[in-house]
Write a protein that binds this ligand. Structure first.
Ligand SMILES: O=C(O)CCC(=O)C(=O)O
Ligand SMILES: [Fe+2]
Length: 219
């Protein structure tokens, strides 16, 4: 991987920022270079072979539960210990800077995990953050499969901010290099059952929830 000198085109950044403000989401094709995506994909394949990917749960801390009827993916949190992870995290730090500069969202830190959805896996409709407990502000999902056939399913569906609403705001094919960005609290979403192994990095920009000297625990 080359030295880090990445800049997104200003016009694309502006399009992304406008869309976040107006619609609460943006689907960004070729946001991340293919070579980096392939290197990250390679890491996931290695982690899977080494038995390092583990069943994801829902909720945090004491609420953490394994609920395989809700979600079936396997995950591993990024630790920033490889060149590819460092590059990716730097790009997300740049994105955080650009979003804060334009939208004053107060994004404070970024956490992310690899995710592997095996054949038949899904993640039922959910929100990534709840009103009141809002520390996840923006969700990002980067897709890593080198190719994706529409018939393989595994699309991400975004819904409007209304729990009764069945209309789909966006139907996102997990295409390599594509970065889905959306407001964590506002947009319910789901991952349809996939018919092929599906690899991604899900991440969250969080605000600083530390109060009264208590440090908000990560993850
Ligand atoms: O992989 C995706 O498209 C979305 C994953 C997701 O919703 C999550 O991990 O919370
Ligand atoms: Fe989610």
């Amino acid at each position: 991987m080359e030295a880090f000198d990445w800049q997104w085109q200003a016009s694309l950044l502006n399009e992304m920022l406008d869309s976040l403000v107006e619609q609460g989401f943006y689907i960004w094709d070729d946001a991340i270079p293919q070579a980096l995506c392939l290197a990250l994909l390679n890491e996931v394949q290695q982690l899977e072979q080494e038995g390092e990917m583990y069943k994801a749960g829902i909720g945090r801390g004491d609420d953490h539960q394994l609920k395989s009827e809700v979600r079936r993916d396997k995950i591993k949190w990024l630790d920033g210990n490889t060149t590819s992870q460092i590059l990716y995290l730097k790009m997300m730090a740049e994105l955080q800077f650009q979003i804060n500069r334009a939208l004053f969202l107060g994004l404070f830190e970024y956490e992310a995990h690899f995710a592997l959805y095996d054949k038949g896996d899904f993640y039922k409709r959910h929100r990534d953050s709840f009103k009141g407990a809002a520390n996840r502000i923006l969700t990002t999902v980067l897709y890593l499969n080198p190719e994706w056939d529409k018939e393989w399913g595994g699309e991400l569906l975004l819904y409007p901010d209304d729990d009764q609403e069945q209309t789909v705001l966006a139907r996102v094919t997990p295409k390599i290099g594509r970065l889905a960005i959306f407001m964590s609290e506002n947009l319910p979403h789901e991952v349809l059952p996939t018919h092929q192994p599906r690899v991604s990095i899900a991440g969250w920009f969080r605000c600083n929830n530390s109060l009264g000297g208590q440090i908000d625990p990560a993850k």
